[in-house]
Design a protein around this ligand. Structure first.
Ligand code: PLP
Length: 420
């Protein structure tokens, strides 16, 4: 792709962008002056699709008019409601329908899946995570280790970049697994690191882990709806993700999880609840738990329908557009931002995110040398919505569904006006 600097190039790109019309399907927050914000924060909270309101209102209406009968007679009956999400979720992450379910929230799912997939023994008790893992993942892994009577000091391996580098090298991850694999019970890293935006080579990591007999799971909070995923083919054991970042399903909305088909029929130990029980006999209300096969067998409770309605409406968009098309635009959009930032020839900041498009999603993480916080505040005042991560990082995520090339151009113009 060859880019040009002038704003005319952004206009041309937007005019020929086959996905440009999707922006109109989202509510774009406004500045105080009533202009569209330059919203580059879909990695933190995705924007609201216009279709969500009607989907949620439908459930409120059905509840109002039908009461308990809504479980069977709502337009989208509540009893099997999560099943309406199965196909789009499976398409989204490259899974078979039996491998996915929407349930709970992300950290809850991480714990539930670790209950089944982290089974430490004296000889094999370690968990591998990124040194810069999202804190919740770090807490979850460390607390699981302690729960089993081990000490994170001995059992938690944190993958750190080489000195002077910002991101991890796949070969270093492979070497660590080859070296220490016999003691590793679980490799559980982010599909895309939230801080650096690095997209990991999940297939390679899964292969290296399995060669050493380790379980391999991924937290896809920053990967779902951002990268093309093929969880089934990659042979990943389990994965989970939230739905409110790139998946635009609303704050705290219901999360997703993946369990590979090869575990579907095994009697993995788990924390059980009635919604995971064989649905044909669930209402016999018997005392013995018989899990449904596949990911659905990890459900605990009947799900929050109002929230699932938002997920359903939002996933319908992904299912219509398709991840391949989104990714195609995403690579161009983020490449354009990188090109414009590089064109500033400034040593006041550096991009931490890998330069290789295959090793990143849409986000760029910009480390600012001096007083990054002031720069971030100036961007905010100018109508840019992005985020700030201590100690020096501004994260910007141009999202292919609703961001335009003009957004990216304007952002870099504003950035250039304030960076020192
Ligand atoms: C956003 C994010 C979370 C948030 O967890 P919740 O349980 O949804 O609050 C956890 N882990 C990662 C890697 C994230 O990016």
């Amino acid at each position: 792709m060859s880019y040009r600097t002038g704003s005319e190039f952004a206009r041309e790109m937007d005019a020929s962008d086959p996905l440009a019309e999707w922006r109109g399907q989202f509510y774009i927050p406004k500045t105080k002056e009533g202009r569209d914000c330059i919203y580059l924060c879909g990695n933190s909270l995705g924007l609201q699709p216009k279709s969500v309101e009607a989907a949620v209102r439908q459930e409120l209406e059905d509840w109002k008019n039908l009461g308990v009968e809504g479980h069977f007679h709502a337009q989208h009956p509540w009893m099997p409601y999560h099943e309406f999400l199965t196909k789009p979720l499976a398409n989204l992450v490259g899974a078979k329908p039996v491998e996915v379910v929407a349930m709970n929230s992300l950290t809850v799912n991480l714990h539930l899946l670790m209950v089944s997939f982290y089974r430490p023994t004296k000889a094999r008790h370690k968990i591998v995570i990124e040194a810069s893992a999202f804190p919740s993942d770090h807490y979850a892994a460390a607390s699981q280790i302690r729960y089993h009577g081990f000490d994170p000091k001995d059992s938690l391996i944190e993958l750190a970049p080489r000195k002077g580098e910002a991101t991890l090298r796949s070969e270093d991850i492979e070497q660590l697994i080859a070296r220490e694999g016999d003691g590793i019970a679980l490799i559980m890293i982010g599909g895309v690191n939230y801080y650096t935006g690095q997209l990991f080579e999940m297939e390679r990591i899964a292969k290296a882990g399995h060669a050493k007999g380790c379980i391999v799971g991924f937290d896809l909070a920053h990967a779902a709806g951002n990268a093309v995923l093929k969880l089934h083919d990659w042979g990943v054991d389990f994965a989970c993700w939230c739905s409110y970042k790139y998946l635009n399903s609303g704050p705290g909305s219901v999360a997703g999880c993946f369990v590979h088909e090869r575990h579907a029929k095994t009697e993995l130990p788990r924390f059980a609840g009635w919604w995971g029980h064989d649905k044909n006999t669930r209402f016999k209300m018997g005392p013995d738990f018989r899990p449904m096969q596949g990911a659905e067998g990890w459900q605990l409770s009947n799900p929050p329908i109002l929230s699932l309605a938002a997920v359903r409406a939002s996933l319908a968009i992904f299912d219509t557009v398709g991840m391949e098309k989104l990714r195609e635009k995403s690579v161009k959009l983020t490449g354009y931002m990188e090109f414009l930032l590089d064109g500033l020839h400034s040593d006041a900041f550096a991009i931490l995110t890998p330069r290789d498009k295959d090793q990143r999603g849409c986000q760029l993480s910009i480390a600012v040398k001096h007083d990054g916080r002031a720069l971030f505040d100036a961007l905010t005042v100018a109508g840019v919505v992005c985020d700030w991560r201590e100690p020096d990082c501004i994260r910007v995520a141009p999202v292919p569904l609703y961001n335009s090339f003009a957004d990216v151009h304007r952002f870099v113009e504003i950035f250039a006006g304030h960076v020192k």
